[in-house]
Design a binder for this molecule. Structure first.
Ligand code: FAD
Length: 443
């Protein structure tokens, strides 16, 4: 078994199988850093947090930017995820209200709702071909508790101004036809897309505007130097006035005081063989679907007639064969008729979580900016972080101040990982018993 921190992750994603690794169809081509270069801002990490920060800076007139990525833009979680673009944080909506009160929660949640729309607008404005599918996202109820779901939908509307349309069991079948689900909620405005094409499209926009992207350039050391920062790489270095750390769950060594607050958590995806007409019966509308359990399944149709199926969270990564085996069992619980299908691709990726499950967004005492810990709700929140960091870097610090209450608290190292895994088992066991109870009540 591989451990977090090893190079890459075995199992090429379906997204990568579609794209040439060196020069993709978007025309993105970048080289490792060689020699010394000077910029206003250096960004470490070419995931969506880093790339979004660069885009948002560019939109505010800052164009002396260098982005340093250890592998390729989108090689981390941002280019290998489920492709759901929806509002909210990894911390549950009720958890957010509990921590900050209804009014502040509504503001914070509202920013993620606005960001979903921002991502969609940018895709159109920048002409990014990323298979954006506006059919929406559906939350399907695993426990058959219609009243609870209806109550949740009403409460989210009243408290957060977050619209979730209730779908009765019969209505849900018009979106996803599985005997496994009760009722559902439709999240209007949300969408799904090919995350690798999306991030590469954004990177191409940056390059065309003169932003320096150096990939295959792992940053080895960052130090404070006269007038700013020096960023040391294998064959060169960058001097910059400001630095942003956006390394996701893929690094914990560059800046230990911040990064030791991170728990790298794995989740897994597999993609079926083309299913021809069978998929249209199961997903009459091409929505992306997830369910109401803690460790939910998530799935969506792909443009070539395949089903992308994701699920499970754990502190361990797994081989593609193990991912196929686990996810095949999950798939057949929801769609028994697909028990015979083959997964042609299987992979995993690291998300980064802080103990409080909110993003880490702020500045260290020595001036280093960081944008980390987006967990499983990263598409909207990383893009939002890019906007907020760009605001702060151009002198508007109001929104970033709202994230001060979520400081980088030590995640507990190896013992912390064991605690996290135990908590996940406990939450999954709780869901298991809730599921059993709901079956008993139905009988
Ligand atoms: C399998 C999976 C499915 C998911 N599904 C969804 C979903 O459907 N919807 C959703 O909203 N979120 C989803 N997420 C979560 C989301 O993908 C992440 O929260 C988000 O992409 C995090 O972005 P990031 O930029 O912080 O990190 P990353 O995308 O991981 O980027 C960090 C980058 O930093 C680079 N890096 C690390 N160390 C260095 C270094 N020393 N020098 C240079 N570069 C370095 C890495 O190579 C990497 O490219 C999923 C995540 C996974 C893993």
């Amino acid at each position: 078994m591989m451990t977090q921190g090893d190079e890459g992750w075995p199992g090429q994603s379906w997204y990568e199988s579609q794209a040439d690794a060196s020069v993709d169809e978007s025309g993105l081509a970048s080289d490792p850093l060689v020699g010394e270069r000077f910029f206003d801002v250096a960004i470490v990490g070419g995931g969506l947090a880093g790339i979004s920060t660069a885009i948002s800076l560019l939109e505010r007139g800052v164009d002396s930017i260098c982005l340093l990525e250890a592998e390729r833009p989108g090689s981390g979680a941002s280019g290998r995820n489920g492709g759901f673009v929806f509002a909210g944080y990894s911390l549950s909506n009720d958890g957010l209200i509990g921590q900050v009160g209804t009014d502040d929660a509504a503001v914070l949640h509202g920013w993620t709702q606005d960001t979903v729309a921002l991502i969609r607008r940018r895709i159109d404005r920048l002409g990014i071909a990323c298979q954006a599918n506006d059919a929406g996202v559906v939350l399907a109820d695993w426990f058959g508790d219609d009243a609870r779901l209806q109550d949740f939908s009403a409460r989210m509307g009243e408290t957060l101004g977050f619209r979730l349309d209730f779908l009765s069991r019969e209505r849900l079948r018009q979106f996803v036809d599985s005997p496994r689900y009760g009722a559902g909620l439709f999240e209007p405005g949300s969408f799904h897309f090919n995350p690798l094409q999306h991030i590469r499209g954004l990177a191409r926009t940056l390059q065309q505007a003169g932003v320096a992207i150096h990939d295959r350039t792992p940053v080895r050391r960052i130090e404070r130097s006269e007038g700013g920062w020096t960023v040391h790489c294998d064959r060169g270095r960058v001097r910059a006035g400001e630095i942003v750390l956006a390394t996701g769950g893929y690094d914990q060594k560059l800046r230990p005081p911040v990064q030791r607050a991170l728990q790298p958590i794995a989740t897994y995806i597999a993609v079926t063989e083309p299913l021809d007409g069978r998929l249209a019966d199961l997903l009459p509308r091409p929505v992306a679907v997830y369910d109401t359990r803690f460790a939910f399944d998530y799935f969506r149709p792909l443009p070539d007639g395949r089903l992308l199926w994701g699920g499970r969270i754990s502190i361990a990564d797994r081989s593609p064969a193990a991912i196929r085996r686990l996810l095949a069992g999950d798939l057949s619980k929801v769609f028994p008729g697909l028990a015979d299908v083959r997964f042609e691709h299987a992979w995993g990726g690291w998300m980064s979580y802080a103990r409080h499950e909110m993003p880490l967004l702020g500045r260290c005492h020595d001036g280093l900016w960081y944008a980390l810990a987006f967990g499983g709700h990263g598409m909207a929140t990383t893009t939002l972080a890019g906007e907020i960091l760009a605001e702060a870097l151009t002198g508007q610090g109001e929104r970033i101040d709202c994230f001060r209450r979520w400081q980088p608290v030590w995640a507990g190292g190896l013992a912390g990982r064991a605690v996290v895994q135990s908590r996940y088992w406990w939450l999954q066991a709780r869901d298991y018993w809730r599921e059993k109870r709901s079956f008993r009540q139905k009988r």
